[in-house]
Write a new protein. Sequence first.
Length: 233
Amino acid sequence: MNRTVSLKLGTCSEKHESFLQTQEFFSKGCNTIVPFVVSNRCWNRVDLHHLCYYKVRENLPCLGSQMVCNALRKVCSSYKVLKIKKDQNIPAIKFKKSCSVHYCARTFSLKDDVLSLFSIQGRVKCTYRVGAHQRKYLEIGKIKEGELILRGKTWFFNLVLEIPEVPLISEGKVFAVDLGENNIATTSKGTIYGGGQLRHKRDKFLARRRKLQSNGNDGFAISYKLSPLGESY
């Protein structure tokens, strides 16, 4: 199974500026890829790579080959979550300068409490802070990928780890829990945990998230062209 650990990075003004420039050029790379998605109706990462990889490398040589691949992955992931049907028009996603930067295992490394990240000005090494519970994941997990995110004036690196599955216990007493929508959990001993309040908060959160995404506040925005009649095309 995968778990995400959020690392709070310690950065000086020079490192901060380096990350800002990398973030800006990464968003430019994503925006360079989008027209190829729309015109070819393609968000398969391998096919899209053949369509536009060299064009992005030509326009943005400072990104480097692997970060272009990371931009391709981010664009494809952003289109996949839209779940576009065959009869729907392809929206043009606009990635903001503040969008998160995707990193694969080749573009960062973690060693002795120091995180080394690719930037357009060269490798940047940062110390980081992490909670005790998350540190346990770092000790047993296998590094997969990550996202560089700016929150306020602080940089975070959301690191994805592959955690070993917990072995099943074949002996002893069994305690079963049934998870549901109306009742969050029902145990094998007959205890029922209602989920009315939790469900209300979850629905409220999802509604707010959909509203923010429609306004482009999650790092990218969607724009449609309109005909004189107001129909999208």
